[in-house]
Structure formats: structure tokens, C-alpha cells
Design a protein around this ligand. Sequence first.
Ligand code: SAM
Length: 317
Amino acid sequence: MVCLEEAITVSGEHKPVLVEEALVALAIRPFGKYVDATFGRGGHTKKILAALNSEGRVLAIDQDPEAIRSGQAALGDDARLRLHHGSFGELEDTVSELGWRGDVDGILLDLGVSSPQLDTPERGFSFSVDGPLDMRMNPAYGMDAASWISQAREQEIERVLREYGEERYARRIAKAIVNARAQNPITRTRQLAEIVAAAHPKWEPFKHPATRSFQAIRIFINQELSVLESVLPQCFRVLKTGGRLAVISFHSLEDRIVKNFMRTAARGDDYPLDVPVTADQLHPQCRLVGKAVRPGEEECRYNPRARSAVMRVAEKI
Ligand SMILES: C[S@@+](CC[C@H](N)C(=O)[O-])C[C@H]1O[C@@H](n2cnc3c(N)ncnc32)[C@H](O)[C@@H]1O
């Protein structure tokens, strides 16, 4: 079976998604200060740096120590770049430590996992290569997937699969996991993929039956949605007026959070419908820049991972 995960990871490198579109969205000023909050392998950071002059600066953040190590090796000599190991959930503190609060020209969030994370069996993200069942983007922080699977209640596993993976067969799969762990501890990615595949009654073409379950567990283990919810308001606190926020999502749940946040921030304060207020009195925080941007056919052909990407952009006012 050819599955999306295999298709996107054969090359081992990370192909950045919507790069040109992100540069346009950020409206790069050559002397500006930019935050790439999801450095990965620096695909977007490199392009931003190329558009800056010697005065411009980039703060690049990633919670994966491997991403930061690779960034040091590839770009460590560029004095305009500051690499920071940490979660973008602490964006405001990290930016404040540099003295950039309220002075940032643009922030990019390119959410999810990178191809090297999926490709490296030891990271435990992949159902197609065997490895320890870990799935933490920062292996020094929080509980790994094997520990969670070993002790979570059946209903909790079901909830995670349903909520974060939109898995229709969450109940069956959760039951199968609990039955299997009573026989042997589930410690390997292949082991979990086989348990899920055996329990899954409806295999979709070109999609491994464990795709949704692995995605759900990864999102849960890394608390991806709650960290996203917490970073978005921080972005408007650190941006300068006129500064841009661009967010690339790969999952409908992420995109919903981003879309609702930006719309609400663009609308401003809530008043009862019968209270007459002027636009000024609503205190909107931003204006929406264009519509949602999706990659074109050519990008999706060249990089199948791009297929589910959607970018939304807002400008602080
Ligand atoms: C899709 S990749 C980014 C790829 C990057 N734009 C490039 O072109 O190479 C997402 C990256 O964000 C990182 N990441 C995800 N959640 C994070 C968080 N809460 N804080 C910091 N980094 C995070 C992941 O470790 C991963 O390296």
C-alpha cells in the first residue's frame, strides 16, 4: 500500500510548504525583525534571511533539539539569526528576552511535524518504519506515547482517537489496544500500527489504516492544539502595528482554531446586538489579509505533504 506518510518521507529532507506565498504574506521589510516559530529544517527561515539586509533579524524557535542542532550546523554563522530551543507556547517570554516585544514585523507558524521527525525511526512518529513508540517533538519533555498507551483508560484512548484523529472506529481501536496491552506492553510503532490495522474495519485506498490514530496520539502527546490556542494571542502582543502573522495548518482542527481566532480578533470586542457601537469602539486587533491560501497543483505534485496545507494571514492594527 502506498500511503501519504511513505510518499512524503522517501527523500529524508523537509520540503517547505507555501514558501513563496509565506514570504509575500509576511510582507518582508529588509531591515525587519521576524520570528519563525517552527524552524524545522529552516526552509522558511532561509528564505526570510535571503530577503533581509544586514540590519534584519530572525528569531527561529523549535522544540525539537535536532532541529536546533541542524540549524546551528547549517546557519549558525549567520549573525542575523538567533536559534532558540523551546516551545512557541512561550513565545511572548522568548521574544521579550530579546527586547523585541511590540517590535516584531512578522511571525510564521508552520504547524505539525517535519519530514526528518517522521523519517527517523527512533523518534517513534511513523507507522511505516519501526521504532520506539515515543512521538515527543521534545524528547526531554512530557510523557512518551508508549507510557501513555500503557496506562490510559480505554475511554480516554477512544476520546483522543475520535477528537484528534476524527477516527470513526475509535471505540473498536481503543478496545483492541487495551486487549493487546493486557497480553504484551505496546512499546513499538510497528506493533501499534498492526494492532490498529487489525482492528480497523474499513481501509481507505492509499491510506494506512493507522494514519488517523497515529496523528491523534501525536497531537495529544505534544498538546498541539492547546499550545496553538495559547500562542495566537501572544502573537498580537509581540507584533508591532502593521506586523503580519501567517499560520500554515495541516489539519482541519488546527485550521479551525486559527480561522476562529483571526476572525474574532478582526471583529473586536463583543457587545450585545442592541448596543449601538462604532467600528472604533470595537477595538479590533487585526485585519484579515486575503483569503485562505492553498498550494497549487504543481506544489502538491512535487510535495504531497502540501496537499492538506492552508495558510491564513492577519495584520495587527
Ligand atoms: C512543519 S515543521 C516546520 C518546517 C519548517 N518550516 C521548514 O521549512 O523546515 C514543524 C516544526 O515545528 C516544530 N514545532 C511543533 N510544535 C512546536 C512548538 N509548540 N514549539 C516549537 N516548535 C514546534 C516541530 O518540531 C517541527 O520541527
